[in-house]
Design a protein around this ligand. Structure first.
Ligand SMILES: Nc1ncnc2c1ncn2[C@@H]1O[C@H](COP(=O)(O)OP(=O)(O)OP(=O)(O)O)[C@@H](O)[C@H]1O
Length: 452
């Protein structure tokens, strides 16, 4: 028997005496301190009087069931973790419990070692939690502070889900930050020191996507001139993020399903089996239920990837966060482009606060970067706001001279690229990186706009 860790105490809740006692024996044998309660009411009483770091509760109980108990616990003891014990028949409810904030669920009859692993994670987290919050908050690449209730709710779910290896599906319009969220989940997880591997499934044709994911042996198909490691292997120990997942063909879905279920892959052109250990996060802006009805998305694949699905709200539904985001991007952009901003022309802020952002945070970020790059003597100019704004907002004379959008875009892009090249002292690689386009795309634009 291991020595008891009295700084970490578990409350076991079950209305069946035998189950309570067996579980108490298992956790105590593994060095944890534990108490028991025979009902939800008794558990709440004990929580009032004692300090616990984890509650393990049966789902089905007389009177107050596990879900109700979970809800009551979360109302009062926000940081207290809850693991739900469920039978096979009620796994659906256990998943619901996770959406309500449970840490994880354990299926009765499974190897108790699995439960002990989860308890260990909670115990380790309870020590690391404070440090981790600081780490994540201070990740300078994203801004996840929020005043919006719904965004905060999904953030908390993501944080919770990060602690287990559960498959997560991120939903939401283009540009809401699904990739940002998935990096956040990776950073909050035990895998944070390992690799985060993003794959944009839309960027590859079917065959190429398979070779990108599974890797290939030299000569396995025309063009396979070298042996290549796939992204599954690259993500070993870390997180694999499949973006734009709604675009994958049915045939590839079958292969992916097998790899995700077995965590074993075979390189194209080889019959050697490779074990891979990764946490899977997928994202799409498509409605997958509709795709299932249309027959373009496999139902079994959908259920496999979406143990938890998280819908990220569009920016227009969290307008109260606009000031925070504006500050964040203004500061980031002025550092990125080395432009000191001392003043913002009248009308700019009004526009930025009231605009609808159909392209969500991506659009907001682009607008700010453009305003900062085109600022003159440290002043952010109103005339570089999105074209639509001028057409509607400026004087009549502008409306008489409506120009094709193509021309307006061309003018603006020319000025913008010119300025970025100046800032980067004509270093093409650096300018392309800042503009988030390839060197080739930048060369093409320089040629097209006669910038050299
Ligand atoms: N919370 C955030 N903090 C900082 N930047 C963000 C945040 N959310 C999104 N962004 C920025 O907005 C852009 C779009 O984000 P991201 O790629 O995560 O969106 P997405 O929902 O995955 O979009 P798509 O569906 O088109 O792939 C990125 O440049 C990203 O850095």
């Amino acid at each position: 028997m291991k020595p008891k860790d009295i700084s970490f105490k578990i409350l076991i809740v079950d209305d069946e005496l035998e189950h309570r006692e067996v579980l108490q024996m298992i956790v105590e044998d593994n060095g944890y301190a534990a108490e028991t309660a025979a009902s939800g009411m008794e558990a709440l009483e004990k929580l009032k009087n004692g300090s616990f770091q984890l509650v393990i509760t049966d789902l089905i109980m007389e009177g107050m069931d596990g879900i109700e108990l979970l809800e009551k616990i979360k109302e009062k003891h926000d940081k207290l973790e809850v693991i739900i014990i469920t039978g096979y028949g009620t796994i659906g409810n256990a998943v619901l419990a996770m959406q309500k904030g449970a840490f994880t669920y354990f299926v009765k009859g499974h190897d108790p070692e699995e439960l002990l692993k989860e308890i260990k994670k909670v115990a380790e987290n309870s020590v690391q939690q404070y440090e981790q919050e600081i780490d994540v908050e201070s990740d300078s690449n994203f801004m996840l502070r929020t005043k919006n209730k719904e965004f905060n709710r999904v953030l908390q779910i993501a944080k919770k889900a990060a602690q287990s290896d559960i498959n997560i599906l991120l939903l939401g319009e283009s540009g809401v930050g699904k990739e940002v969220f998935s990096r956040y989940i990776h950073n909050c997880s035990q895998r944070r020191d390992k690799t985060f591997v993003p794959v944009n499934c839309q960027a590859f044709s079917d065959g190429l996507l398979e070779s990108e994911l599974f890797g290939h042996e030299k000569g396995s198909f025309t063009g396979a001139v070298d042996q290549r490691k796939g992204r599954f292997e690259a993500a070993h120990g870390g997180t694999l993020f499949l973006d734009e997942l709604g675009e994958i063909s049915l045939g590839t879905q079958v292969k992916l399903l097998r790899a995700i279920e077995t965590k074993i892959i075979e390189k194209i052109g080889s019959n050697r089996l490779i074990d891979v250990d990764f946490r899977l996060i997928c994202a799409t802006n498509k409605n997958l239920q509709k795709e299932i009805l249309k027959g373009t998305f496999r139902e079994d694949f959908f259920y496999r990837i979406s143990t938890i699905s998280i819908e990220i709200p569009p920016l227009r539904k969290r307008r109260e966060d606009l000031p925070l985001l504006l500050d964040f991007f203004l500061e980031k952009s002025s550092t990125k482009f080395n432009q000191k901003i001392s003043r913002i022309e009248d009308g700019v802020m009004d526009f930025l606060i009231s605009y609808g952002y159909p392209g969500n945070i991506r659009e907001l970020k682009n607008i700010i970067e453009r305003l900062v790059v085109l600022s003159e003597d440290g002043v952010i100019m109103k005339r570089y706001l999105p074209e639509l704004h001028h057409d509607f907002e400026d004087e009549e004379e502008h409306m008489e001279n409506v120009r094709p959008l193509r021309d307006v875009r061309r003018d603006l892009e020319t000025k913008y690229i010119k300025k970025v090249l100046e800032i980067c002292e004509d270093n093409i690689s650096e300018a392309a990186r800042k503009l988030e386009i390839s060197r080739r795309q930048l060369f093409n634009k320089i040629g097209e706009y006669g910038l050299k």
